[in-house]
Design a protein around this ligand. Structure first.
Ligand SMILES: [Zn+2]
Ligand SMILES: [Zn+2]
Length: 238
């Protein structure tokens, strides 16, 4: 990036602490690393754990389905963020300011970044275009999508997948709104989860027939099923 734009990197903005977003942190140790307070805590915990005997081996085993990730763990070195944000932090000169906002949702430590001047939103994993969404706290995610819908946005840069426009946020939010109300109705019938997953009253996912980013990928339906199960249990337990 520095070669391409002939400019030095000043900041790295982390959207959350999940390994696919942080395991290359070492490369950025010479810049200001910005993260939510919770994300910094998670990374500090990781750093402490990596010192412990046997931890790397266990971690590599945990990620064994992903060869690239598990192979990197022997050499893995993380760096503590230098700027930790509780709620919101404005970064850069006023006319090009970036707003770093802690939101939660996908994970408790999730944050997003918005550039009013570039009308661009970096969503982190609270919005994906390669999966049907990886749901943490779905009700919170719906709130976040609704907040984003009020912003002036031309470009949405998701945590995984291709850049999209603002209408994609509305598409995702409407689908999950419908899903929640359908499941709320089913809750009273005390159906077994298999029947809930197949129930004809559930809305059809708009990306169902879209191409998977991995051949034979099952990620769209799999992630939706996980979201439905999580929501159904949560509602059933009141
Ligand atoms: Zn994530
Ligand atoms: Zn991710």
């Amino acid at each position: 990036m520095e070669d391409r734009f002939s400019r030095e990197t000043s900041h790295l903005l982390l959207t959350h602490s999940h390994s696919d977003h942080t395991f290359a942190l070492k490369v950025f140790e010479d810049v200001t690393i910005v993260a939510s307070k919770k994300c910094t805590e998670k990374i500090k915990q990781y750093i402490r754990n990596l010192e412990k005997p046997g931890y790397r081996l266990r971690l590599a085993r945990h990620f064994r389905a992903d060869r690239e990730r598990s192979d990197a763990i022997g050499e893995l070195q993380l760096v503590e963020p230098s700027l930790s944000v509780k709620n919101e932090q404005r970064i850069g000169p006023e006319e090009q300011e970036l707003v770093f906002r802690v939101t939660g949702g996908h994970s408790p430590d999730s944050a997003c970044i918005y550039s009013p001047s570039k009308r661009t939103l970096w969503t982190g994993d609270n919005l994906l275009t390669w999966y049907a969404q990886v749901v943490g706290n779905l009700m919170r995610m719906i709130e976040i999508w609704r907040e984003w819908e009020t912003l002036d946005i031309a470009y949405v840069i998701p945590g995984h997948g291709d850049v999209v426009g603002k209408p994609y946020i509305t598409k995702v939010r409407s689908y999950f709104d419908e899903l929640v109300s359908a499941i709320q109705k089913l809750k009273t019938q005390q159906l077994p989860i298999d029947e809930v997953l197949q129930h004809p009253s559930l809305p059809e996912y708009f990306g169902k027939r879209s191409q998977h980013w991995i051949e034979d990928g099952r990620y769209h339906q799999y992630q939706i099923d996980l979201a439905i199960q999580g929501l159904y249990w949560k509602l059933k337990l009141g």
